[in-house]
Design a protein around this ligand. Structure first.
Ligand SMILES: Nc1ncnc2c1ncn2[C@@H]1O[C@H](COP(=O)(O)OP(=O)(O)OP(=O)(O)O)[C@@H](O)[C@H]1O
Ligand SMILES: [Mg+2]
Length: 268
């Protein structure tokens, strides 16, 4: 199953959620691949930091862009992070992907499904493939959403994130579902609280329930945790004696379990 956490607004928790959901699903026994499709390479940096806690040297060669434009097997770029969890890293040359693709002698449909086709031979090796995206509307991101079976819409409890979620859904319907017959579906709207039970949090959540329908909202929410920010510096840690690690992983594990239930996937 190919999934992406999406919202048009930047900084809405897409990358952190992707990394930690992947981490928890791998811990639960599912085989997970994280694919970084964002030239900012935040997911790559986070996972490399996580892996280099083991003091291993990691080089990104070939880059995702190089693999894609040379029609190579994407398996050649995959790095193992921990048991059941792998990463296909990105480098800044991914910035060139939209422009490169646009210049190819391909139909519009072939252009938007280029990544989907390239991912095809990885699908059988993983239970979940997560694609991390930049907060832009581009041919690269159209490729990501066309490749996905499911999207998790990230809703940070801020007015701009709510607007970003709505305009993203409109864009998806008009440009990918109506135009290219994309079969992507919305798994749910996942709230990320900015403060944690503040008035603003509650008021945005209420509006979201009215706008999107209660059944479309995840029951679990992601709370604001300093530990998640710290992982950007240290890589993901999971020290079972550390209360902050424990609290953080339990929040993302609950979301991972809800994701499994929503998908109707067998429990491991
Ligand atoms: N649950 C959380 N609690 C506290 N901070 C968080 C949480 N989730 C994400 N953050 C922090 O918020 C910032 C933005 O998160 P993140 O990079 O995941 O967002 P993004 O949507 O991927 O951003 P971009 O659109 O730039 O790709 C980061 O500094 C991250 O550490
Ligand atoms: Mg990101």
């Amino acid at each position: 199953m190919i999934i992406s956490c999406a919202n048009e607004k930047g900084g809405s928790g897409k990358t952190s959620t992707t990394a930690l959901l992947g981490w928890e699903l791998a811990s639960l026994g599912y085989k997970v691949l994280l694919v970084d499709c964002d030239p900012q390479s935040n997911l790559t940096d986070l996972m490399i930091k996580t892996k280099s806690q083991e003091n291993t040297e990691i080089t990104i060669d070939p880059s995702l862009f190089a693999l894609l434009i040379n029609n190579r097997n994407l398996k050649d770029g995959i790095i193992d992070i921990k048991d059941n969890l792998s990463l296909l890293p990105v480098a800044s040359d991914m910035n060139l992907f939209s422009r490169w693709l646009d210049k190819q002698d391909l139909s519009e449909k072939e252009k938007v499904t280029y990544l989907k086709n390239a991912l095809n031979n990885l699908k059988d090796d993983y239970d979940f493939i997560f694609l991390d995206v930049s907060p832009t509307m581009s041919l690269t991101n159209d490729n990501v959403f066309m490749a996905c079976d499911w999207l998790v819409i990230m809703l940070q409890t801020q007015q701009r994130s709510l607007l970003g979620a709505k305009s993203f859904l409109e864009y998806l319907q008009t440009n990918l579902i109506n135009t290219f017959d994309s079969k992507v579906d919305i798994l749910g709207i996942l709230p990320v609280l900015t403060k944690g039970q503040s008035k603003i949090d509650n008021s945005i959540l209420k509006t979201a329930i009215t706008d999107f329908g209660e059944g479309n909202m995840f029951n679990n929410v992601i709370t604001a945790m300093e530990r998640v920010k710290r992982y950007d510096l240290t890589g993901i840690t999971e020290d079972h004696k550390n209360v902050w690690d424990k609290a953080t992983h339990s929040v993302y594990t609950a979301v991972a379990k809800e994701l499994i239930n929503r998908l109707g996937v067998d429990n491991k």
